[in-house]
Design a binder for this molecule. Sequence first.
Ligand code: A2P
Length: 329
Amino acid sequence: MKVAVVGATGLVGSEMLKVLAERNFPLTELIPVASERSKGKEIEFKGKQYKVVTPSEAIALKPDVALFSAGGGTSTEYAPLFAEAGITVIDNSSAWRMDPTKKLVVPEVNGDVLTAEDKIIANPNCSTIQMVVVLKPLHEKYKIKRVVVSTYQSVTGTGVKAVQQLHDERTGVEGEKAYPYQIDLNVIPQIDVFQDNGYTKEEMKMILETNKIMQDDSIRVTATTVRIPVMGGHSESVNIEFENDFDLNELREALRAQEGVIVVDNPANLEYPMPKDAHGKDEVFVGRIRRDESQDKTVNLWIVADNLRKGAATNAVQVAELLSKKGLI
Ligand code: A2P
């Protein structure tokens, strides 16, 4: 299979290359794509050098599938052109996620919605992906009524500029800023732009995307999304109210049985998920699983995943793997 990675020089794009190599994706040719600025630059993949091309050049090379992570503008402009040329696009930007004609897919949760007609498939927001993988088995078993989530998000989610800002602040260098405030030794309760309702766009993504992926608008979700000076992993404090009561051990077992989830929950040994441990991993880690003693039929838990991996690159590659397994590409 010929695979194009659009945004191959970026943070998510380079993670996509790593994931494709590690998972031994059945790839016969790689087409690294970036902006005009990077044209001709060499990228190494599995010991071979590949030259970066522009999106228009990539279309002419006719890849079977294109993984996009080059920002919403690039996706809006080029994904339809790739699709028209018969190339299946898996897009990590937010450009197509809420388009009712496009599928928003986390393979372990709703991989069954994919059909041969889907030419542009959206990869959900990083914070949403790690949450829905955990919500899925719990919704099946106990029916979720409401979710209250607060996030602790890594700077890697913002891209190369943000990682540089944190690094510059730590080394006393005056550089370009990705955030309106200092991020080192600070916490910024704003991710993406504010909406008229007082929520940020990131918070609204978590709300709307969760309903779409879970295919259930009756699940009520509210979110507060926060940027913290951490590299390589998002954490989430999640409070889930169910329609039906649960046994805590059974709930834990349901999470253990869920594909893509690892339960790390042993307070006696101070074991719980942390971004430092999730870094570079493809799974979603869940711990601090306990009853909310202030309310019936409600559980509290703590979810951590590498936002560049399961939150972006890994999920996109898994969608491509699923399409290939189903014979859709
Ligand atoms: P380039 O390196 O040439 O600017 P990040 O989110 O980590 O900052 O990365 C953004 C990625 O999107 C980079 O690979 C960047 O390429 C790519 N990109 C940005 N604008 C375009 C564009 N107009 N066409 C293709 N790729 C783009």
